[in-house]
Ligand binder design. Structure first.
Ligand code: PLP
Length: 487
């Protein structure tokens, strides 16, 4: 492959010292006019603190941080096919809207009479998310998917308690994201594993066998983390409901079914969305995020407070919900993320959202078909927004998923999600999203094909990869435990 066909080339990767090493006594980032007031001793404390801060010029500081920023890889740098994360391009216009001073300088302690625009935006966004999901009521408070899951579990608990019931278990498929059992356990439920079938989805019979009077309900991800649609969801929901349970859906994979799948019609009672995956907030660095929770009507009275209520065209905050599970976030959640989601939904429109999901699914299936000759495909059937391969065909060459993922970095791509979901040994989980062009996706496919060839012909190349990066193959456990923070 010619070096200009893939984005990963060995460029000008600048080394960088610590600011303390770069500092030179007396260097300054500013010039002030000559002092014309009496000298004043600012105290020993402050002087000592000053000696610990390196003296630097403005250009030292600008170069330092610009260089550090260039060591980073993000969606704005290149394709980032991290499965289950929906690392799609986030239009900059949404950032610009969130930065408008009326929003960014709004203080959360302003009274509702001075915050009508912000309240209306949140109120309208709730309604939009209700419409997109086919559910009845929405809270925007949770700050992430996992936080939404916890909210959902608290809602389930509150609902059952209102009926005088105390159930202890919750059913969770073996393909679930690790946060699902963690959130359930945090809320005091004991997770019970549902084994998915040969076809990668859960069957109604298995659920019927596990469902009983001690089980609060089910937490199911749809589409699931194998990128497969849980086609039995309606039957499964009926089984859960007829035994007095509730159905929670992890909606982190909503990017596959916007405007296509009606979550309410699937029989789901509670769903969380990840605005930072599906609705235009960049993520990967730890936030801020937003994990709204959408519910059916019978759960509305338990939603977190304060809630936004409309009264003759004006908006107020109400805490008058005695059965509410209470507050889950300071003020109203991460407002900036909500603004971006609101703008994204308005600019895309209903048709645009549907088209985005269609293209996300098309792109994933294109990759699945293009790579299934060279990578083992454990579930060989049409997928949703992501496809999961394994390293089974490369094991005879002693090449693992990790080796191939590291080598992809040399070709200029962020590696896909690896070793997840756990039901696939050596999983390689690829989610291209709708925002990559045909050329970009082809480049990625050709790179993986070239890597598979290298695995057969020169596996050492893969064992030592990545080669083109500033830092080459690390002992990952040691790197996590004893991070080396110097450049
Ligand atoms: C990302 C993800 C989560 C967790 O969401 P966070 O916002 O990272 O807390 C939960 N479930 C699935 C399937 C996910 O992909």
């Amino acid at each position: 492959m010619k070096s200009n066909e893939v984005p990963g080339t060995k460029g000008l990767v600048l080394k960088e010292a610590l600011l303390w090493e770069k500092g030179r006594k007396g260097r300054k980032g500013f010039s002030l006019p000559r002092q014309d007031v009496p000298h004043c001793n600012i105290g020993e404390e402050l002087q000592r603190a000053q000696t610990e801060i390196p003296d630097l010029s403005e250009i030292d500081v600008v170069r330092h941080y610009t260089r550090l920023s260039q060591w980073n890889f993000g969606v704005d740098t290149g394709m980032y096919p991290l499965g289950s994360c929906t690392m799609k391009y986030n239009p900059k216009v949404n950032e610009a809207m969130a930065a408008l001073s009326g929003f960014s300088e709004a203080h959360p302690l302003l009274p509702p009479s001075l915050s009508q625009g912000a309240l209306r935006l949140m109120y309208d966004l709730q309604n939009m998310l209700a419409e997109i999901t086919g559910l009845d009521a929405v809270t925007l408070q949770p700050a992430a998917g996992a936080h939404g899951e916890l909210t959902g579990m608290l809602l389930m608990h509150a609902y059952l308690e209102s009926k005088g019931e105390r159930r202890t278990k919750i059913l969770i498929p073996d393909t679930a994201h690790g946060t699902n059992p963690a959130s359930a356990a945090l809320c005091g439920f004991r997770p019970v594993v549902i084994r998915s079938g040969e076809d990668g989805i859960i069957g109604p019979d298995v659920v019927a066998d596990l469902m009983d009077e001690q089980t609060a309900g089910i937490m199911v991800t749809n589409p699931n983390t194998l990128g497969l649609f849980e086609a039995n969801i309606r039957d499964i929901a009926d089984i859960i409901h007829s035994n007095g349970g509730q159905v929670y859906c992890d909606g982190a994979n909503m990017n596959a079914i916007m405007g296509i799948g009606d979550i309410g019609a699937m029989g789901v009672d509670i769903l969380h969305l990840n605005l930072h995956k599906t609705f235009s907030t960049p993520h990967g660095g730890g936030g801020p995020g937003s994990g709204p929770v959408c519910v059916r009507g019978h759960l509305e009275r338990f939603l977190p407070i304060p809630r936004i209520v409309e009264n003759n065209g004006s908006f107020e905050l109400s805490e008058d919900y005695p059965e509410s599970i209470g507050r889950l976030h300071a003020f109203y959640g991460n407002f900036g993320v909500m603004i971006k989601a609101y703008c994204y939904i308005l600019t895309m429109g209903a048709e645009g959202l549907k088209r985005a999901s269609e293209l996300a699914v098309l792109n994933a299936n294109y990759i699945r078909e293009s790579l299934k000759e060279v990578l083992h495909l454990p579930y060989d059937r049409p997928c949703m927004h992501e496809c999961v391969f394994s390293d089974k065909l490369q094991r005879p060459y002693k090449v693992s998923t990790l080796d191939m993922a590291k080598r992809l970095i040399d070709y200029g791509y962020h590696p896909p999600t690896i070793y997840f979901p756990l039901v696939v040994n050596g999983a390689i989980m690829i989610e291209p999203t709708e925002t990559e062009s045909r050329e970009e996706i082809d480049g990625f496919i050709e790179s993986l094909k070239a890597i598979v060839k290298e695995a057969e012909q020169d596996p050492q190349l893969l064992y030592d990869a990545p080669h083109n990066t500033k830092v080459v193959r690390l002992d990952e456990v040691r790197a996590a435990r004893k991070p080396c923070l110097a450049g």
